[in-house]
Ligand binder design. Structure first.
Ligand code: PLP
Length: 524
């Protein structure tokens, strides 16, 4: 953890507080990024939000995406020099994306616009943040080191159920002062997802398969983080501190605010909406990071009316938005056709509630205690009103999700991935008069098995025909591409069968196994 800064010396004006009120003195952006989580378990938010005029927003359309991002960071007044921000954004949003627009918009009709957030190296929307956060992390650590407030480097440890691991590997590979280790459940991720991870290049990366399911994997990693003796040993012998790259880090959230501001500018510039026209935004939601970013975009001035929250059968957020009660006391974790939204505890909701209560850290602390002890909390009536003013929500089951993929292909000749299909279906149920921007969070070829089921009328959990089941993920995608005429498969997914497998080690899920694997990697 970074030591305390002398505030007078702090470069930026905009400091960060936390949702549980444990930070007695607010900290600058660079420290919030390096710390990740505040001491009392709260999440960092900026003390002040910038305010952008409609003109400011619309004018962004003239700039390339990297410069739009830099402009937004400067408006948030982060404590890195302008020229550093410019340079980092040039690296974060350049030819590592397969479209010059970075996140282009495809309009299905006059009022339905698909924001394609999957043109990055791993073909899932997590690239939008994870191609950026590692640069912030490295630059923040370097700045703290220069000020004499940091004397070690970092190793990021990530437990993944599929998408996050690869996006984090691609983001952190080759970044100065940081290495990364990813753990995935052996046999618990798709052929495509596994190959994406085990073929990652770079000297500072490591991947392990872990015996057990995702929960075992995550528990093992959490225990490793909590082991203070191990932390001291790593610091003493390797000058390394462990850190995580999960979506509670403000440095992962801010890049997501950018694309909602940018896409509004884009819709105006391309004549699809008139400047000032309100839009609704529909987001397939898991940990609540993406939809929260849209809410922040609304706060800083983007004319967004309603935020439409789309859930799959794990509908805890939809129920919360409709009732004001967040209850997981009697809820099972359900495996769905949109696995990256399978979640029970949605961490970024805490930030949203902090904001909607007028930043009442005491209320948040109490609700988090309730959630921990009783697996349930209920917000007060006034907060619930604020929730209803901003959000509406719906859940979409597997069968509807797959049917939507089929219908949208037939009607619009556009192929959705299952997560985007959940959002598209929810938007149909929730929308009013406003144009809708649907966040599209993955390329269809990341989830080829469920897309195949959708196209062939196979039930959500039914096995694929033997002949299809024997294909590799890449072969299956090529078949879907031929059947649908959607021939473009992103480079990072198309050639996985030919790439060299670098990581084959399988380890146990206990702390000892994870710690000794980590040490072996650091001593390499
Ligand atoms: C992570 C992910 C989501 C959920 O996003 P949150 O910010 O966690 O709500 C949705 N779709 C895909 C494909 C994802 O990888």
């Amino acid at each position: 953890m970074a030591q305390r800064t002398d505030r007078a010396e702090a470069f930026g004006q905009n400091l960060y507080i936390d949702t549980r009120g444990a930070t007695d003195e607010p900290i600058p952006f660079t420290e919030a990024v390096v710390d990740g989580l505040a001491v009392g378990g709260g999440l960092y938010v900026p003390q002040e939000l910038p305010s952008l005029s409609l003109e400011d927003i619309v004018a962004l359309a003239k700039l390339p995406y990297a410069e739009r991002a830099a402009a937004v960071y400067k408006a948030f007044n982060i404590d890195l020099p302008d020229e550093v921000i410019d340079e980092l954004m040039g690296r974060a949003y350049g030819d590592n994306f397969d479209d010059a627009a970075i996140c282009p918009i495809t309009s299905l009709d006059e009022n339905t616009h698909i924001l394609e957030l999957w043109h990055g190296p791993t073909s899932a929307f997590k690239d939008m943040a994870l191609q950026c956060l590692p640069h912030f992390f490295s630059a923040s650590a370097a700045q703290l080191r220069k000020k004499g407030e940091l004397d070690h480097e970092f190793m990021i440890l990530v437990a993944t159920s599929g998408d996050t691991g690869k996006a984090a590997l691609e983001g952190f590979k080759g970044v100065d002062g940081v290495s990364i280790g990813v753990l995935f459940p052996d046999g618990g991720v798709s052929d495509i997802q596994r190959k994406q991870m085990v073929t990652t290049t770079g000297d500072n990366v490591q991947v392990w398969a872990v015996r057990g399911n995702f929960d075992d994997c995550q528990t093992g990693v959490k225990r490793t983080f909590a082991d203070e003796t191990f932390a001291e040993k790593l610091l003493g012998e390797h000058a390394i501190a462990l850190s995580s790259a999960n979506s509670i880090n403000w440095g992962r959230l801010l890049p997501q605010v950018v694309y909602y501001i940018s896409s509004y500018a884009e819709l105006v510039a391309t004549g699809k909406i008139e400047a000032g026209r309100e839009i609704d935004v529909c987001v397939p939601t898991g940990n609540f990071g993406n939809i929260l970013a849209a809410w922040y975009a609304k706060q800083v001035g983007v004319p967004i009316d309603m935020l439409l929250c789309a859930s799959n059968d794990n509908r805890v957020l939809t129920d919360f938005i409709n009732t004001g009660t967040y209850d997981i006391s009697d809820r099972e974790f359900i495996l769905t056709s949109s696995p990256s939204m399978d979640i029970l505890v949605s961490s970024n909701l805490e930030r949203q509630l902090f904001e909607l209560t007028g930043r009442n850290a005491e209320a948040i602390r109490q609700w988090m205690v309730d959630l921990n002890e009783r697996r349930c909390f209920r917000v007060d009536e006034e907060t619930f009103c604020r929730v209803r003013e901003n959000f509406s929500a719906d859940s979409v089951d597997n069968a509807t999700c797959l049917a939507t993929i089929r219908t949208v292909l037939d009607e619009y000749d556009y192929l959705l991935d299952p997560h985007t299909a959940v959002a598209f279906a929810a938007a149909q149920n929730l929308r009013g008069e406003n144009p809708v921007l649907v966040a599209s969070t993955a390329h269809w070829a990341k989830f080829g098995d469920n897309v195949y089921r959708a196209l062939h009328g196979i039930e959500p959990h039914e096995a694929l025909p033997a002949e299809v089941a024997s294909l590799t993920g890449c072969e299956l995608n090529r078949r879907i591409a031929e059947e649908t005429g959607k021939r473009h498969i992103p480079a990072g997914l198309a050639n996985l069968d030919e790439m060299q497998v670098r990581f084959t080690e399988v380890i146990d899920n206990d702390v000892e196994a994870i710690e000794s694997a980590t040490e072996a990697f650091l001593s390499r």
